[in-house]
Design a protein. Structure first.
Lengths: 347, 593
């Protein structure tokens, strides 16, 4: 079974619309998929903006992982197949099968471990595809996905040149090459040029201060640096200046572990500086980014009335702005799910 | 219990206090806590969690633009740092609900007014069991320890005289309403003997199943949907509005005509703290001899009285909710109380004086019917209240109270438990007399003081409190209601009926949010006062004494007359000039029994 993660760069970037287009396409292929969400989907109104959300309808015989309290939240009739270990604020996770098609409310595993457990439970039913609808800008639970779609759009950034720049940085991170760590330990470590392996004080480097705490000897020559946890852009930039990257392979666990900092431009500067100073960078586990989907909608916050107003950027301009990043860009509302499906499953 | 290391981070300063309270409770429970200063970044929180090897992180944050993404990044950082499997995440704040916590990726969300103990239970990884105070709402008791002893011997003596004559008269009369009730008791409702005593629309319904205009039978899928709605709409932890035992029970009224809407209003108001609900039937029902049958929807105001409709409502109300079915003003009074008793109602409403002077029913007919209804109320153990809404027509309070005390004494003589219902209102009498020129407190306090000085009986102010003080402005209306509720609490009365904030000027159906406005307002008033009291000025005592004296004068006049009915028809309990007009419905239907 393949896990397809639809991650967003922000709320309202079209994750659920993308997921729904893929469900429709899977049904056309006579292959009802399994669905889940790492947040909450299928509700009538957004929990934050109170604007209408796309409802989520599932066909008969598809599978759904959702929380106990969501069972009565839709019109579909669900058969509970298994109670999973994972819990959410809306109750324990359940593996269900749709007996009668209809709308569903979906609150799935909020972390990667529970998502993997759900995927394992699904394997016994011979399901070929698990679609995972993302939540907000969250990506970490999707680090183990086999296929990856990035949903972005005006809700992330309505200034299109800025959106393009941010997306470009994300794509660069997501397409970093895979490198196999040579070290023996499971934790973060450094391989010094003399061949000795030394564990780092911390698995994650979250801030410039953490870099200075861990790397007291900046001039030491390193062959390899493996960061098992998070390396934020801010810490990375500090690292690129504080130690000697020349000849050093920097391996981060996954692209997502690089994308959790505060500023994407800082990450871009860090990547450039690391490479400019002779360093190499890659990821232990890559993500197979197959497509970017775009949504022109954005909730415009009205400070005076403290409410959100629905607004849109030009859909054509949005799509054009993100072309030529080396990843197909799809507007599933205008183009339907066929092209996206082809990008995902051709070859 | 294993000691936990808990990191607490107020992401904005306004929520500092909640986390500080949780921190104290956690430390008392033996946990180690680390409270971060406000405004630290997600990365700094995660770094601290790593350094302290925290097992639980509790954040508080007001939601705003971009905040969900900030929270999402925090949760991702926890997972990316490889500690999500051993760190439990909780978030609290004004807009936090379980759904939002799920969306953000937290393990639990804590909304406003979450008990501290719930957060402690989360930290300790156990299910939160609400304390009895939080969940164990029990059905209220309006009568309580009231003894029905008179403190005013002359009034008691006058009432004895009036009641004795009235009951002697009652033993000698019959009405179609009483006969129908007896037939219903024998299971003959809807049969020929019953229909002979019923109006044309009732006869037509039972003969041809044609419903009067505006009514519709609910059956099939629609009925199943209603049952599903009831089954799925239980209120697990109804709010308790009262902070102190002396604070009054709070009643709302329902009667949209539509069972779906009624149930929605009942469940919504139960959840927000209503202690009791009052069934309002259509005004035409009071003028029609006989009752319909079946599960009926009415497209106008008023929910139709049938055994099936009442059974449905009974199924919907929570065990902790007091349920009242009104029977105070129409031609079906005895049958209604019989139906209410059979359906499992807790309370009813009977007042032949108000019902005949302002309700449109003939006094002789309603008096006889009401006495039969009181017998049913006694049999089924239903305390009944006596609204004195004739005040709204312009009848002075002392006359209305004299009538109410007569009905009280009649009820006691028949073994029932009457509940006094003075109006907390800005009545025409007050508008003309100026007693409320300065404040709304003194005269209402005078009413309660007068009644308490006469008899030790339960008092349920109505209906609703603050009548004629409300405007089309919802905040004003809710505030007015809550002040009146605070006054009721200060006067140690047993119950109050409240309006929704849009009731007086809704221009259409009243809305559940407006009901919640007033319930919230009343809860805040009770919270504000606690065991403190509002204090009326010395005029309350003066006016109370004046009221008592005037009541006494009226009762002397009634007792001097040949019968209570003479007093009612003759204007002793409200004159035509004051707006009390003896009703005509059912006139001439009382026969020797």
């Amino acid at each position: 079974m393949k896990i397809l993660g639809v991650a967003g760069t922000a709320k309202n970037t079209g994750k659920t619309t993308t997921t729904m287009a893929l469900i429709d396409r899977a049904v056309e292929e006579n292959s009802p998929p399994a669905i889940t969400s790492i947040g909450l989907d299928g509700e009538e109104l957004d929990q934050v903006t109170l604007l209408p959300k796309p409802r989520l309808a599932l066909p008969r015989d598809s599978f759904l992982i959702t929380a106990e309290q969501c069972l009565e939240g839709g019109t579909a009739r669900l058969e509970v197949l298994q109670t999973l270990q994972g819990k959410t604020p809306l109750g324990r996770l359940l593996l269900t099968r749709v007996k009668e098609e209809g709308r569903v409310l979906m609150a799935g595993p909020g972390n990667g471990r529970d998502l993997k457990e759900g995927a394992r439970a699904l394997e016994q039913y011979g399901v070929p595809l698990l679609l995972v609808d993302g939540a907000l800008n969250r990506m970490a639970p999707l680090a183990g996905a086999d296929l990856f779609v990035l949903a972005t759009g005006a809700a992330r950034q309505s200034h299109l040149p800025t959106l393009r720049r941010e997306t470009e940085i994300m794509v660069k991170a997501l397409q970093l090459p895979r490198l196999q760590p040579r070290g023996k330990t499971l934790s973060s470590y450094e391989l010094l040029s003399g061949g000795s392996e030394r564990g780092l004080e911390m698995d994650s480097l979250l801030s410039p201060a953490a870099v200075h705490r861990v790397f007291k000897n900046g001039s030491a020559r390193r062959n390899e640096l493996y960061i098992r946890g998070v390396l934020t852009g801010e810490a990375f930039l500090e690292l690129a200046g504080a130690i000697s990257p020349g000849g050093c392979r920097l391996i981060v666990k996954s692209p997502i572990h690089l994308l959790l900092g505060e500023s994407l431009p800082t990450l871009a500067r860090a990547l450039d500086l690391w490479r400019d100073r002779g360093g190499e960078i890659g990821v232990e586990s890559g993500l197979d980014l197959r497509a970017i989907t775009v949504n022109p909608f954005f909730p415009d916050y009205q400070e005076r009335g403290r409410y959100y107003h629905p607004r849109y950027v030009d859909a054509h301009q949005l799509q054009s702005a993100l072309q030529s990043l080396g990843v197909p860009v799809v507007d599933v509302v205008r183009e339907g799910g066929h092209q996206l499906w082809a990008q995902l499953f051709s070859g | 219990m294993t000691e936990k290391k808990v990191l607490l981070s107020p992401l904005d300063p306004v929520h500092d206090i909640g986390l500080k309270m949780i921190k104290n409770a956690l430390e008392e429970a033996g946990h180690t806590t680390f409270l971060l200063p406000p405004d630290v970044s997600p990365g700094e929180i995660v770094q601290e969690a790593l350094d302290q090897e925290a097992e639980v992180i509790l954040l508080s944050r007001t939601l705003g633009y971009g905040v969900p993404e900030l929270m999402g990044r925090f949760v991702d950082l926890v997972e990316g740092a490889g500690i999500r499997h051993r760190v439990r995440l909780g978030i609290g704040g004004m807009a936090i609900k379980p759904e939002l916590a799920a969306e953000l990726g937290f393990d639990q969300g804590f909304g406003p007014k979450t008990p501290i103990e719930e957060a402690v239970a989360f930290v300790e990884g156990r299910d939160y069991v609400p304390t009895r105070e939080e969940s164990g709402k029990e059905k209220g008791d309006l009568v309580g320890e009231r003894t029905y002893r008179y403190h005013h011997q002359e009034i008691e003596g006058l009432l004895d005289q009036i009641v004795e004559k009235t009951l002697q008269w009652y033993r000698r009369v019959q009405t179609p309403g009483i006969k129908r009730a007896l037939l219903r008791e024998q299971g003959q409702a809807g049969q020929a003997s019953y229909l002979e005593l019923s109006g044309e629309s009732i006869k037509e319904f039972f003969a041809s199943k044609v419903l009067p205009s505006g009514l519709r039978l609910i059956e099939g899928e629609e009925q199943q949907a209603l049952e599903k709605m009831i089954a799925g709409g239980r209120v697990e932890h109804p709010r308790i509005l009262q902070r102190q035992p002396h604070q009054p029970l709070v009643f709302i009224q329902y009667g949209t005509g539509c069972p779906f809407m009624d149930i929605a209003h009942i469940k919504g108001t139960e959840a927000w703290g209503a202690d009791g609900v009052v069934h309002f039937d259509p005004s035409w029902g009071a003028k029609t001899e006989g009752l319909l049958a079946g599960l009926l929807s009415h497209e106008e105001n008023g929910s139709v009285l049938t055994a099936e409709n009442l059974a449905l409502i009974k199924e919907a109300v929570e065990p902790s909710t007091l349920w009242q079915v009104r029977a105070h003003r129409g031609l079906n009074t005895p049958e209604t109380v019989f139906l209410a008793g059979e359906a499992g109602a807790d309370l009813t409403k009977i007042n032949p004086v108000y019902g005949s002077l302002s309700g449109g029913t003939d006094p002789e007919r309603l008096l006889a019917d009401s006495l039969k209804a009181m017998e049913y109320a006694a049999h089924y153990g239903l305390p009944f209240d006596m609204p004195t809404n004739e005040e709204l027509s312009g009848v002075p309070a002392f006359r209305a109270f004299a009538g109410m005390l007569i009905v009280t004494h009649l009820g006691l003589a028949l073994g029932a438990q009457p509940v006094l219902q003075p109006l907390f209102c800005y009545s025409p009498e007050m508008m003309l007399g100026g007693q409320m020129e300065d404040n709304y407190l003194d005269y209402n306090a005078a009413k309660v003081q007068a009644l308490r000085g006469i008899i030790d009986a339960p008092i349920w102010a109505g209906a609703p409190i603050g009548f004629l003080t409300h405007t089309e402005e919802r905040v004003q209306s809710a505030v007015s209601t809550s002040f009146h509720a605070a006054m009721a609490a200060s006067l140690d009365i047993e119950g109050i009926s409240i309006a929704s904030a849009d009731e007086a000027y809704s221009g259409g159906p009243i809305s559940l949010p407006a009901r919640i406005d007033t319930l919230q307002g009343v809860g805040e008033a009770f919270r504000f006062l606690g065991s403190a009291r509002m204090e009326p000025t010395s005029r309350a005592r003066e006016w109370g004494e004046e009221l008592t004296e005037n009541i006494l004068q009226v009762l002397r006049e009634v007792a001097r007359g040949d019968s209570l009915l003479d007093g009612i028809y003759g204007g002793l309990l409200g004159t035509k000039k004051e707006g009390a007009h003896p009703g005509r419905n059912g006139r001439g239907t009382v026969s020797p029994g």
